[in-house]
Write a protein that binds this ligand. Structure first.
Ligand code: GUN
Length: 287
């Protein structure tokens, strides 16, 4: 069996086209351009790349994108003041603070300062809480992207054994909840998990968001499993810098389907961010 390569990029392109049409509709109905404000603190090279991609895609669908680049020694107070200004700015419909933040800034405090209606990352406790109890709320982008790809590959999620490797607030925890909502039986593995191999071997759905290259070996993957690789790991192979996921991709030929890195989950995260932003704009404008 040769695993199907899940083309996240193609799915993201189709989603982004839908968003572009919604942006056009908003402009036609109200004359208002939906706007996303992105805040980047410091010089982290990976974060700089992600933020640039988000801004470029935003403009490509006709939305306004404003980038706020702050030095790594910015104070928490200054960052909170900027968030407050963006909360009050009617031209801004979505606010994203790129994580991680420098250690002297309490990320939780900054996230809680964002107006929940503009929290297009879905990280604010109000959105997390609403999602948990099933009363709306904004879905975080990467988990949403993973679910879209899984639903495309599997006619039925109910009853499947799923493992999520990683328990971050950005990916692992919200994704486990979304899988549970679809009636999967969910295992969440993390640094303290004993015998990860045995737990992965049982899974029909494997999602790895650990940030560890080749963590998931091909021999651990059940034949016919669907594998979603959220890892983005910068490594050196044969003297060349390259990006790999958490799964030993070349060993996963017996999976039913697997996302490549790059070109799998990454583009879906941005497509979902644009969708969350256009929806935030529609709600703000009463459309
Ligand atoms: N850092 C890594 N992923 C994300 C994300 O989805 N949103 C934000 N704000 N920061 C991130």
């Amino acid at each position: 069996m040769t695993a199907k390569k899940i083309d996240g990029k193609a799915v993201a392109v189709a989603m982004t086209e839908e968003t572009r049409i919604r942006v056009e509709r908003i402009k036609a109905a109200t004359g208002i351009v939906p706007g996303l404000a992105v805040i980047l603190v410091g010089e982290d090279p990976a974060s700089q790349i992600y933020v640039r991609r988000k801004a470029d895609q935003c403009r490509a669908v006709g939305m306004m994108s404003v980038e706020h680049r702050l030095p790594s020694d910015v104070t928490e107070r200054q960052l909170l003041d900027l968030v407050q200004r963006l909360n009050a700015d009617p031209a801004v419909h979505g606010i994203l603070v790129q994580l991680p933040l420098p250690p002297h800034i309490a990320a939780a405090k900054v996230i809680e300062a964002i107006e929940p209606a503009k929290d297009v990352d879905g990280f604010h406790p109000t959105n997390v809480g609403r999602q948990v109890v099933g009363s709306g709320g904004i879905t975080p982008c990467t988990p949403m992207g993973c679910m879209i790809l899984l639903k495309q590959e599997l006619a039925e999620l109910a009853g499947k054994d799923a493992i999520v490797i990683g328990m971050s607030n950005i990916v692992g925890k919200p994704l486990a909840r979304l899988l549970l909502q679809e009636e999967c039986t969910v295992t969440v593995a993390h640094k303290a998990t004993v015998d990860l191999e045995e737990k992965v071997r049982r899974a029909d759905i494997i999602v790895s968001a650990a940030g560890a290259p080749a963590l998931v070996k091909g021999s651990w993957i059940k034949s016919g499993a669907v594998v979603i690789d959220v890892g983005i790991n910068r490594v050196e192979r044969n003297g060349k810098k390259t990006v790999v996921g958490d799964v030993a991709y070349e060993e996963a030929g017996h999976a039913a389907a697997i996302t490549p890195v790059p070109g799998g989950v990454g583009p879906m995260t941005i497509a979902c961010l644009l969708q969350n932003t256009v929806e935030a704009a529609e709600r703000a404008l009463g459309l």
